[in-house]
Design a protein around this ligand. Structure first.
Ligand SMILES: *Cc1c(COP(=O)(O)O)cnc(C)c1O
Length: 425
């Protein structure tokens, strides 16, 4: 495949946009080479500026669960656009999508819409701190909750030491309120609560981690975290920016039967437009301005175009009870095919939950950030570039999950599996 136009566009972009991209992982730093510039997409396929076609396993990092340019979403946005793109006033559609979201997701009474997953998580911890009147939060190594300061914290040495920032610009003052735990290690969380009695406002977690590759929770792990939070009067925040409306209508809460106190959304909820949201039971949401003292706002929050896209997306998912079964079956089929195609060639591990799946080139099981790191190796880079050249687009990093779309056909999956079998390591 030729990437001439993409290369030229990338050179051009780098002069005026830092690194040529508006979000770092798009730059192919993890795999080397030049990012491809996409011109258009339909269903399960992307077309780049050179005219190359790809079967897409990124799907805008999750949102396009029903495929690109999904017609009900496209039409709704076009119709809304003709009537004005933003008013800065309440609109009827905001209540409609809120009612629909609250009806689909367990344990939430109220929802507030924002413009990104980052904003949703940032606001969720502010709300948790305001509600509990405590400062500290626990997050897990390898979990991503957007790029706000409190979440860009790497591990200190001891379990109870304060975190240290892993980005310049995040202050020590902020870092000291974020405690880090290991994913799938409930004892670690218990120890942090012991060492910080009465100080922890919330535990925030990706109920199925998707930002260190796909790392599902071990049996009993989420239950244990729920119990520890309850015992310590701390809130449990499920960051369902990836899992919400993807694993099931009700997200991971529904899949695992666990009650979170605050739930964060993004990605699918916006149908491909910039939308995030956070939700909780009424008693907690009542602390939010203008009802309560915890401030949170947004000029373009609840924007009519974004709400139109999100509403059509949620409606489509709500009205098609079979969609999650189809996604499960397609992804299970792909998983089986990948395992057969790679067998005996290289060490690998496949993790999957529903339509989230990752191939780790690691010998041992991957269940936390430490074990995920073993897969950041040259095998992945070879795999990525070989697939790209065969017209299969997976995320350009070993720390990312593949997101399947219902637009994929079994023919697409077979083609992908054949391409995987052809990779020469
Ligand atoms: C993508 C993601 C975010 C951040 O969402 P943005 O819309 O990129 O700001 C937060 N949490 C999780 C789990 C995510 O996957």
């Amino acid at each position: 495949m030729e990437y001439k136009r993409s290369s030229a566009l990338f050179a051009e972009a780098q002069k005026v946009i830092p690194g040529g991209v508006n979000s770092p992982v798009r730059a192919f730093k993890g795999v080397g080479g030049t990012p491809i510039f996409i011109k258009e997409a339909k269903g399960a396929y992307l077309t780049d500026e050179d005219g190359n076609q790809f079967i897409d396993y990124i799907n805008s990092w999750g949102p396009m669960i029903l495929g690109h340019a999904y017609e009900p979403v496209v039409n709704a946005v076009i119709e809304k656009t003709k009537k004005g793109t933003s008013f800065g006033t309440p609109t009827a559609l905001e209540t409609e999508i809120a009612e629909l979201a609250v009806s689909m997701v367990p344990n939430i009474d109220m929802i507030r819409f924002v413009n990104s997953g980052t904003e949703a998580c940032m606001s969720a911890i502010r709300l948790a701190r305001g509600y509990t009147k405590r400062d500290k939060i626990i997050k897990f190594s390898g979990c991503y909750h957007g790029h706000s300061d409190s979440f860009l914290i790497a591990a200190g040495s001891g379990l109870s030491t304060f975190g240290v920032p892993n980005s310049p610009g995040v202050t020590q003052g902020t870092a000291k309120d974020t405690l880090l735990a290991q994913y799938n290690d409930a004892d670690n969380v218990r120890e942090l609560f012991e060492a910080n009695k009465g100080e922890i406002a919330a535990v925030i977690i990706e109920p199925v981690a998707g930002n260190m590759g796909c790392v599902p929770p071990k049996a009993g792990f989420l239950e244990a975290i729920r119990q520890i939070c309850t015992e310590n009067n701390a809130l449990l925040i499920f960051d369902e920016v990836m899992t919400g409306f993807r694993l099931a209508k009700g997200g991971a809460q529904a899949v695992f039967g666990i009650k979170a106190d605050i739930v964060c959304f993004g990605k699918v909820i916006g149908g491909g437009l910039p939308v995030g949201a956070f939700a909780a039971r009424e008693e907690i949401m009542a602390h939010l301005a203008p009802l309560g003292p915890v401030y949170q706002a947004g000029t373009l929050s609840g924007n009519p175009l974004a709400m139109a896209a999100g509403y059509e997306m949620l409606k489509a998912l709500n009205n098609d009870p079979e969609v999650y079964t189809r996604l499960e079956e397609k992804t299970a089929y792909l998983e089986k095919g990948i395992k057969e195609a790679l067998k005996g060639k290289v060490p690998f591990t496949v993790n999957r939950l529903g339509s989230m799946i990752s191939v780790f080139f690691a010998e041992n099981p991957v269940y936390d950030f430490e074990t995920a790191k073993a897969a950041d190796n040259p095998y992945f880079k070879t795999f990525f570039h070989s697939l790209l050249n065969q017209g299969i687009y997976i995320a350009p990093s070993s720390y990312e999950t593949w997101f399947l779309t219902d637009a994929l056909t079994y023919e697409d999956l077979d083609k992908s599996i054949e391409a995987i079998a052809k990779v020469e390591f």
